[in-house]
Design a protein around this ligand. Sequence first.
Ligand SMILES: *Cc1c(COP(=O)(O)O)cnc(C)c1O
Length: 414
Amino acid sequence: MDQRELLARAAHLDAGDALAPLREAFHMPEGMVYLDGNSLGLMPKAVPARLQAVAHQEWSEGLIRSWSNAGWFDLPMAVGDRIAPVIGAGPGEVAVGDSTSVNLFKCLAAALHLRPGRTVILAEANNFPTDIYMAQGLAALVPGVRIEFLEEGQTVAQRVHDQVAVVLLSHVDYRTAVVRDMERINREARAGGALVLWDLSHTAGAVHCDLRGSGSDLAVGCTYKYLNGGPGAPAYCWIRAELMEQVRQPLAGWMGHAAPFGFPRDYAPAPGARRMVCGTPQVLSLSALDEALKIWGGVDLAALFAKSRVMTDFFIEAVEALCAGHGLQLRVPRDAAARGSHVSFDLPQGFEVMQALAARGVIGDFRAPATMRFGFAPMYLRFADVARAAVLLRDIVDTREWDQPRFRVRGKVT
Ligand SMILES: *Cc1c(COP(=O)(O)O)cnc(C)c1O
């Protein structure tokens, strides 16, 4: 495939894209090809007006009354109800607040409590580090609890045993984009008497997910990636309704109490998922997220996930055709059905190449030691953007444009 053919195919794919109008709901900076929606999604255009209204009416005028009148108190569950259909959860089952890290802690502890006598967290060794760190923090706190690592290539069936309380996994791997078989893994864990806690951070809004249908137990995820909730947007957690009434979460704050304004001395959990809320909800960021999630209301999810697969296929094919001979190694599955919505290529000078691409307006990211990562949020990307990114990448590796001191400077966030 040469450049002309690539651009013609992109135009054809864009012309047939029934989801193309969704792009209008987002602010795309002028001239930018944004391939980092898997780290921080674009800002929905409706969010600033919502934040203005929260600041100028609900906060400045309504003040304390807004906890009731503007629905602030109910935001954690109301926002959860907008997320639920995207991950295959039911209404009233998703609670939103705190970070993913904090929700991992709450859910891991809840899982240990649901499996008394069992003391092992079986954690995927290559998971996103915060997942492991939070498990390590909990293990250091609770006497007897320890972590065993599930190494790459091992199955849950091989490693689960009668001391494992919970298996901690990402549904989509943040580096390799590998999608795990939720249903099979849930079955394997259950056969060993263990629960599974799924991290959906790279799943929600990008890949099909049916928490209830797959027989899942617990899940957490962030909302600032494909759900476009904004920097630091609150995370969510879900626990199967059949387990919920037995759940005791360790961060038993007053906002998850059955009667927060009765001020009783002893903790009693609120019914259902509300008990997963800890302290006062983050009203400003929950409001931004609430507005961002309205876009999902009418979206054909099957079509959206199909677009993600076609788009990532298209990018892989384009890069392999245009950049052949430059040593780029595909780090994600070739089979689109086994792949999330990002594409990674390894290249020793990947960091510099990503910096050079950014200087040309193509924003992706870099994961040490050598992974160039390109996220394809199907809601707002065009195939023309994908083709442009591949052409610029080719130019940069062909001309060694990346080989400049200014592209070697590393910031705090890569
Ligand atoms: C993005 C991501 C997180 C984010 O955790 P925060 O506490 O929200 O910063 C956690 N786990 C995985 C797998 C992620 O991809």
